[in-house]
Design a protein around this ligand. Structure first.
Ligand code: F6R
Length: 614
């Protein structure tokens, strides 16, 4: 989770950027840096590992009287938290400076031609090559905005990129690639700002413009020119944000739930940072206190949680079994505690709770503590009660979730559990290199894949308009998609008050099939995996009873076209991580249906965000 801030105008840029970095420090805290134009229009660059204070003491008294520049706070993905890996990054001649938030998946391939030309990179980051590429374009006579466009077109992944060049001090070019890494432009009087977060701009201006994926902004003190993906100039509105901090946080979204659904590429980005590592591919989860010997000694895992968090735990169970080869089971925390469960000090208990204050989960954790079980909790709230009971916490890194229905914390917890499974699998010697490589690459691609999934929104809205009047729904899935069938049904119930049931598809013939008729649509998760043919039979069974079917299928799968009534195609993704994309599309479906029905999406009746009573 990196923070970006840039300024161009008439005021001292250095101070404005340092103030902005302070406001962004919560985003990343392992290093920071700044690039400004000095009096000779050369680049002044300072970078320091650690907190912003380290950067400030490093540059004490040496800030040039610049009126334009960029700054960055970093949370490492590629390369350790060192001065050299801190942003901004420069080209070999030191004329182009770049800051970046995101992951460039193909950075090694992009670096190769420069290495072959004998050029050396001074950092381990995926960012530095962007400065090299932009400088090459400029050298070839290409204008800075076009150069940035050409370079981001070669990158794979999701990112926000901001660049400056000595040839034109006072000009900043910002690009948003894919759906992760937001960019917002602030409009002042004869001055412009650019930032990763609205919060960094509000002290200066309320007049802002958000970049959409694929767009580029060419920023000068008096004007901003916007380009679309094809490089055509486009007009974009200036929106005035209210000062009210909560409303400002909701930004341009009608509901927090929708905003939080759209934040999920960033949640994925933040969740993989520093955990999923390349060269060699491996996963390291921070702050786990168990030695490899202790981890090898675990003979069983019990995962507990409630509601959406329990559904994440059900997905996590697959990861623990697949990668760490530990027998794993899932329990509803409220049931677990009253069952007198059989536990011992070799049973690892993993709890999932975004709030970290859910009473049922806390009570179940107390039960596990009494039995002497080692405990890990997956949580989104720093310092919450679950984090105090557990021996270790793996954070969801989703940021504040305001809507009552959980969305981005589900994605954060599933990725945390995926990382945990791989980490424990490595320590237990149960993981082969190929699985590790595939899973790391799959996870690093998630921010981009979630971004693509969000592009289904208009199609989902169109389906919602057609299906919103039904009063009963069935959700079916198998394997990794079974917990997502439960989740799809839960989300729909919560926000639209429609009766919905989630089932393991194999269970359908054992009772639920009696419900099916033309008044009960089925959402069938039928991805291309080892159970797809079985799902297809289940869909045929529903159709034979005049049920309507919305099928969620894998990219390019046309086998259910003409069989299902409606098909939603997910982007390509590593199959083990498909629940993340399925969750996103089902969140969109529940949200759009709820809006169609005029429900109070953010605060559904009878529900509370944190459940502290039994
Ligand atoms: C569903 C939802 C709830 C929570 C459940 C557990 O959208 O939000 O089902 O998942 O109340 O909450 P935490 O994760 O805070 O323990």
């Amino acid at each position: 989770m990196c923070g970006i801030i840039g300024y161009t105008g008439q005021r001292p840029a250095g101070q404005i950027i340092l103030d902005g970095l302070r406001r962004l420090e919560y985003r990343g805290y392992d290093s920071a840096g700044i690039a400004l134009f000095d009096a000779n229009h050369e680049l002044y660059v300072a970078r320091a590992a650690g907190k912003i204070d380290n950067l400030i003491s490093k540059i004490e008294g040496s800030l040039p009287p610049a009126v334009s520049g960029i700054g960055h706070t970093r949370w490492a993905t590629h390369g350790a938290a060192t001065d050299l890996n801190a942003h901004p990054h420069l080209d070999p001649a030191g004329r182009v400076a770049v800051v970046h938030n995101g992951i460039i998946e193909n950075f090694e391939a992009l670096r190769r031609p420069f290495v072959e030309r004998g050029l050396a990179f001074s950092s381990d980051t995926d960012t530095e090559v962007l400065a090299f590429l932009i400088a090459d374009e400029i050298q070839a006579g290409v204008d800075l905005a076009r150069a940035v466009q050409n370079v981001v077109a070669q990158t794979q992944g999701a990112a926000a990129v901001v660049a400056i060049c000595c040839d034109e001090p006072g000009r900043i070019v910002a690009a948003r690639v894919g759906n992760a890494g937001g960019i917002v432009i602030g409009h002042g009087d004869g001055e412009r700002f650019v930032a990763s977060d609205l919060a960094a701009l509000l002290p200066h201006t309320r007049r802002v413009t958000f970049l959409e994926p694929g767009e580029v902004a060419d920023i000068r003190p008096d004007e901003v020119t916007y380009y679309d993906t094809a490089g055509h100039v486009i007009a974009k509105p200036v929106e005035t944000q209210p000062w009210d901090p909560v409303a400002a946080v909701k930004g341009r979204y009608k509901h927090f739930m929708l905003k939080e659904i759209h934040e999920q590429p960033d949640t994925a980005l933040d969740s993989v940072r520093g955990r999923y590592l390349t060269a060699p591919h491996r996963v390291e989860v921070e702050d786990l206190p168990f030695t490899a010997e202790q981890v090898r000694d675990f003979n069983r895992v019990v995962l507990i949680g409630m509601g959406t968090s329990m559904h994440a735990a059900m997905v996590g169970r697959h990861y623990l079994e697949r990668y760490a080869r530990i027998p794993a089971e899932v329990d509803n925390a409220a049931e677990f505690r009253y069952r007198s469960p059989v536990l011992d000090p070799r049973t690892l208990v993993i709890s999932v709770a975004q709030s970290g204050e859910t009473i049922d989960t806390l009570a179940a954790m107390d039960e596990a503590r009494r039995a002497g079980c080692p405990q890990i909790t997956i949580c989104n709230t720093p310092g919450a009660q679950t984090t105090r009971i557990a021996d270790a916490t793996v954070y969801m890194r989703a940021g504040p979730e305001i809507a009552v229905a959980s969305t981005k914390t589900l994605v954060g917890s599933m990725i945390a559990l995926h990382a945990l499974g791989l980490h424990l699998g490595r320590l237990r010697g149960a993981l082969d290199a190929e699985t590790s490589r595939r899973q790391v690459e799959g996870a690093l691609h998630l921010p981009a894949a979630i971004g693509e999934t969000l592009l289904l929104e208009p199609r989902v809205a169109e389906l919602a308009a057609r299906y919103a009047a039904y009063e009963d729904f069935l959700f079916l899935g198998r394997g990794l998609s079974y917990p997502m069938a439960l989740e799809g049904a839960l989300k729909l119930k919560e926000v639209s008050y429609i009766h919905a049931e989630g089932y393991a598809a194999g269970e359908m013939k054992h009772g639920p099939i009696a419900l099916i008729d033309e008044r009960m649509p089925t959402v069938a998760i039928a991805l291309r995996d080892e159970v797809r043919d079985k799902m297809r039979s289940n869909i045929e069974q529903v159709k034979a009873r005049r049920g309507r079917v919305i099928a969620i299928v894998s990219a390019d799968d046309v086998s259910l076209d003409g069989i299902a009534d409606d098909v939603l195609r997910l982007p390509e993704v590593e199959p083990d991580l498909s629940p993340v994309l399925t969750a996103v599309v089902m969140q969109l479906l529940s949200y759009e249906i709820a809006v169609e029905r005029g429900a109070d999406v953010d605060q559904p009746r009878n529900l509370a965000k944190t459940v502290t009573v039994e």
